[in-house]
Write a protein that binds this ligand. Sequence first.
Ligand code: SF4
Length: 500
Amino acid sequence: MIPKHPATPDDDSQENDNFTSSKPEIQPDKPEEACGVFGVYAPEEDVAKLTYFGLYALQHRGQESAGIATFAGEQVHLHKEMGLVSQVFNEAILKELPGAIAVGHTRYSTTGSSRKVNAQPAVVDTRLGKLALAHNGNLVNVTQLREELLQQNCNLVTTTDSEMIALAIAQEINAGKDWLAGCIQACSRCQGAFSLVIGTPVGLIGIRDPNGIRPLVIGTLGSNPARYVLASETCALDIIGANYLRDVQPGELVWITEDSLTSQQWSQQPQRKLCIFEMIYFARPDSIMHNESLYSYRMRLGQQLAQESPADADIVIGVPDSGVPAAIGFSQASGIPYVEGLIKNRYVGRTFIQPTQSMRESGIRMKLNPLKDVLYGKRVVIVDDSIVRGTTSRKLVKTLREAGALEVHMRISSPPVTHPCFYGIDTDSQEQLIAATKSVEEITKQLEVDSLAYLSWEGMLTATREDPQSFCSACFTGDYPIPVPEPIKRTKLMFEKVAV
Ligand code: SF4
């Protein structure tokens, strides 16, 4: 049987896919997260509403589109649209999503364009019923997988690797396998990063790739009987009152039915390589990894940074919001008082309206405004979590000087980003990464700071208090844990300038 997309009223095709969005002209100078995933099996609960709030907590992982699919027995109800979770759903829409099982997704595109047709969950038909799949990560063998699927006459509707995974599962099931064997066989055809939540008419499935590059956690809701929840981060459990149970392990599949959760290792060679950038920046500071909040880890990064690269200064400030925990840590270790020097406008999302020329010249003040009386006449240490292109950092330094800062010393709580990511994070191509082409001295001049220092790679890993081998840190080293095929590498790497 050839897997086909169901023709639901919510579906659209490439022909009628007229709701597209472009990336804003003012790009944040940060790597962009790929996606957030969420799933719940709770027959007596309003699963669509639980999923809505789960996605709401995961909004930082993707702001381009959002979607929820629910299962009421064999019937699938789906709503997905471009926009923020709060824009895509309302009470009336959630009421149209009944059922006992729900799968949700919030997306930032790293493969496939930013269009409604590429929004998730991806829903496909199988001989056992429909499946709805939500994916966080990026496959690196998309060319080969696409070829395989096309050769077997699969109906590829979107341009995403996530749809390919869904179709590969459907193909295996249609060849005679059951849900679990079909998922395992399809996943063994995939290379790259994938944390998956898959809804079926009879149960909910969670799967992590053999390296566990992207996070995926299990939570429990209530106690008698306990209901299970899957989510990218623990902050999505907190918001619905679920308790963190444990992580889905690298190479593990969990199968959640009405009364149980069972687990199996589907990969013969699981080897944990969690993305270190999840800990430094992507995941929310109130999410738990390794039994502590990421806020605590990020404070330790700041402490380590102060020990490695002290500065003679009057105040420490952080770049809101992500640089703040490390700035507090820097202050604690250095004894230099921490103060707020930049105020962030927290009440606006991403804007797709282009600013005027004069606004553009005023640069980052749309988002960050300096506290002049705090900064005036001070020697300032400004702490941020990373520098990607350096464009925002330069404007920020200018803003601090215009506000009266006497000296600006920049400290970065991660090493220089020198390599692009192929596993689900948008870090630009290598030539756009400032540290790939410039030395720290050159960056210091370009940003017009009095001094600049990055945290060491060793310091970053030591602060995790975990086995350093259990992390991917390829964007700092070029040491990619999952081999990246040459044609894909060539799209982002400058072979002539940097040896890998
Ligand atoms: S390359 Fe960097 S951003 Fe990508 S998974 Fe590895 S550590 Fe994370």
